[in-house]
Write a protein that binds this ligand. Structure first.
Ligand code: 5GP
Length: 176
């Protein structure tokens, strides 16, 4: 099974995905590629950070399940190489979720949202996003909510990390 966790920037998807693979057995987290620069507070392991040239070569070589351009940077999911018997967890934006659905891949779609826009803003600033980036991500969030709702994704509000992980774990277990 493929599980897609998407949601607007600053909602805590990355942290949620990390906890889910620790908590649940047989869950394999896909590591995306990006041409974005690593953030100062960010783990260098959170993506495969590559140049645009390398990324474009990988597109040409058909190495991605899906890829997208987001705020001038490329992001892509490599074709999954999960061990046998493992479910695949993708932490990608809603356009990636859309692409998965369009490829007729059966997936559990989860859209994690912030309790409020104010909360989302606070989290984006807290991780050091510059002000214009905060504004862009807030605007983007509105469009993302619409796509998620059109896709029929399950909406989970990240009001409390532990509770959210519990809720998503139950959803995954119920669908296994
Ligand atoms: P960030 O720059 O904050 O790490 O990520 C920006 C956006 O790109 C987030 O919404 C994140 O979920 C999304 N993203 C990360 N990796 C991928 C990917 O492989 N494919 C797609 N479609 N989106 C991704």
């Amino acid at each position: 099974m493929v599980i897609v966790v998407s949601g607007p920037g600053g909602v805590g998807k990355g942290t949620i995905a990390e906890y889910l693979v620790k908590k649940l057995d047989n869950l394999w987290l896909s590591k995306s590629w990006t041409t974005r620069k690593v953030r100062s507070e960010e783990d260098e392991d959170s993506y495969v950070f590559v140049s645009r040239k390398e990324f474009e070569k990988a597109i040409g070589d058909n190495r991605f399940l899906e890829w997208t351009e987001f705020h001038g940077n490329l992001y892509g999911t490599p074709l999954p190489e999960a061990p046998d018997g493992f479910d695949v967890l993708l932490e990608i934006d809603v356009n990636g979720a859309l692409s998965v659905v369009e490829q007729s891949i059966e997936a559990l779609l989860i859209f994690v949202d912030a309790p409020s826009v104010e909360d989302q803003e606070r989290r984006l600033r807290g991780r050091g996003d510059p002000e214009d980036e905060v504004r862009r991500r807030i605007l983007e969030g509105e469009k993302e909510r619409q796509i998620a709702s059109d896709l029929g994704a399950i909406i989970v509000i990240n009001d409390d990390l532990e509770r959210t992980i519990e809720e998503i774990s139950s959803l995954i277990n119920a669908n296994r």
